[in-house]
Design a protein around this ligand. Structure first.
Ligand SMILES: [Zn+2]
Ligand SMILES: [Zn+2]
Length: 339
């Protein structure tokens, strides 16, 4: 294991454990230092125990680097790996076993912490056959949302990476997509031409979450009935303990989703777990389709699917109604069917 690989793996485990504070920052900083220093120097310093003389390397990060240089599996990494696994119930495991992909994934193109290649490598390592690259749309400036020009560049990059997978004989595909903002009037933050170029479109509300119920219902209805929209992302916008769910007529919105073949996302992020149980049960009763997506902003987050799988089991979501349990060609056929 190279020092870089060891540090990346520690960061992955800290992210999956929702460790967002100083520990992660220290390892990200150390990673930067290792990347900008020659391997020779790192090895020399590791042998002489002078790694901590480098600005940005502390005692914990130095220990991981020194272990890797000496050819030992880093002790700290082994510890954090053991502690950070994401548990799953027996019921949830049935859903997890059925999943073949993840339809909501961010990268450094918007507000994610890892490049597309790293997200894809991790998606492969957790057993996926595909992931949908869904960075934010332009209106979400705080998250460096992509305008049409940058999205077009991203589509070229996705095509190139897919070609590399094909050349290497990897049975994995990145599908193109976007998490498009649902604007206040229910229109989408991307032009029709680009929307129709994408394999999968997730539409989410990120602004004016406290809009009056009737208006919010109209806004969401307009979006979920758009022929371009495949998935309604984190429908209530809640942040557990921080932000209450938006107020809208869930029956009307879910019925429209079922009618127009727009899947309701079961968002796995621990602070979201959206929709809440009672709404998820209602969506099941109304015959909706679903996805179980991580909304990952780091490689470690791609391991959060158990949280949504447990939810799906608890609320008795029919497995055959879960889009990302479909093989990739069936998923694409589903998103292209006339609505
Ligand atoms: Zn979102
Ligand atoms: Zn997202």
């Amino acid at each position: 294991m190279t020092p870089e690989a060891a540090l990346l793996r520690v960061i992955h485990c800290l992210d999956r454990a929702r460790e967002s504070g100083f520990k992660t920052k220290a390892f990200v900083r150390a990673l930067d230092v290792v990347r900008s220093t020659s391997l020779d120097e790192i090895e020399r310093r590791a042998t002489r125990s002078t790694l901590t003389d480098l600005d940005g390397i502390g005692s914990s990060t130095a220990a991981v680097i020194a272990d890797a240089v000496a050819g030992r599996y880093p002790a700290y990494l082994a510890k954090i790996e053991a502690e950070s696994g994401v548990p799953i119930t027996a019921g949830g495991q049935i859903y997890r076993d059925a999943l073949r992909g993840d339809c909501h994934v961010h990268s450094t193109w918007s507000d994610g912490g890892a490049p597309i290649e790293a997200m894809a490598a991790t998606a492969m390592s957790v057993g996926h056959e595909y992931m949908v690259q869904t960075d934010h749309s332009a209106r979400l400036t705080i998250a460096h949302g992509l305008n049409e020009e940058r999205l077009a560049q991203q589509l070229d990059q996705i095509e190139a990476i897919n070609q590399q997978f094909a050349d290497a004989g990897d049975d994995f595909r990145i599908l193109s997509g976007m998490e498009v903002d649902i604007l206040e009037d229910g229109s989408l933050d991307l032009c029709d031409e680009m929307l129709s170029r994408l394999d999968v479109v997730v539409a989410s509300v990120h602004s004016k979450l406290r809009m009056e119920r009737g208006q919010m219902t109209e806004r969401m209805l307009a979006a979920v009935t758009s022929p371009h929209v495949d998935i309604l992302g984190h429908c209530t916008g809640r942040m557990i303990g921080k932000r209450p769910p938006s107020d809208f007529d869930a029956d009307a919105v879910f019925a429209a989703c079922a009618d127009s073949h727009t899947a309701v996302e079961i968002n796995c992020r621990p602070e979201r777990l959206d929709p809440p149980r009672e709404l998820l049960r209602r969506a099941v009763e109304l015959g909706c389709w679903f996805t179980i997506d991580t909304d990952a902003h780091a490689t470690g987050h791609l391991e959060w699917q158990p949280l949504g799988c447990d939810r799906a089991a608890e609320c008795e979501v029919p497995v055959e109604r879960i889009l990302n349990a479909l093989p990739v060609d069936d998923l694409l056929a589903w998103t292209r069917r006339p609505r």
